[in-house]
Ligand binder design. Sequence first.
Ligand SMILES: [Zn+2]
Length: 195
Amino acid sequence: MTERLYYHDSFLYDFDARVVDSLDRNGRPAIVLDRTAFYPTSGGQVHDLGMLLADGKQIAITEVADEEDGRILHFASEQIPAGTQIHGSVDAVRRRDHVQQHSGQHLISAAFIRLFNMPTVSFHMGEESCTIDLEAAGLSSAQTQKAEFLANEVIAEDRPVSIRFVPLEEARQLGLRKLPPQADRRSASDQYHGL
Ligand SMILES: [Zn+2]
């Protein structure tokens, strides 16, 4: 299981780690590290890009995927042997964009719940645009504007965003929109809609 450094610090872009496995996935080198700051595609957020520095050589990370067994695969331009110490660098501009879109989605989804009781059923983040699917019979532009206004009001208040790990029982009491599928692996705090 890969230690997920991004769970504790969303602004960590540089880290040191060790290669624990070098896999081949359909001809693509896939590197497993003991710890990583690279965010894999999950929860509607697309993966990070960046590079690994190994033995003085820069190796590009082209995709990051979350495995069922808790390991994170770093698809790379070339293989790095197991045991190698590496320095990882996450593309900070891309990550920052994703973080803002992700937090923004939670705010606007919460606004649609609070104002019109319209739950979000899915969220997709892309290079050019981001979409939120609402469960609703219809949606007027006046409603959209109201939700946007409320979300922007909360942003203007500059509320702190914090990371917390809580036991499943406590998570059930927090009024989360969604509980994690596997309580031992996922942070539930991310799903708290506390407008
Ligand atoms: Zn989230």
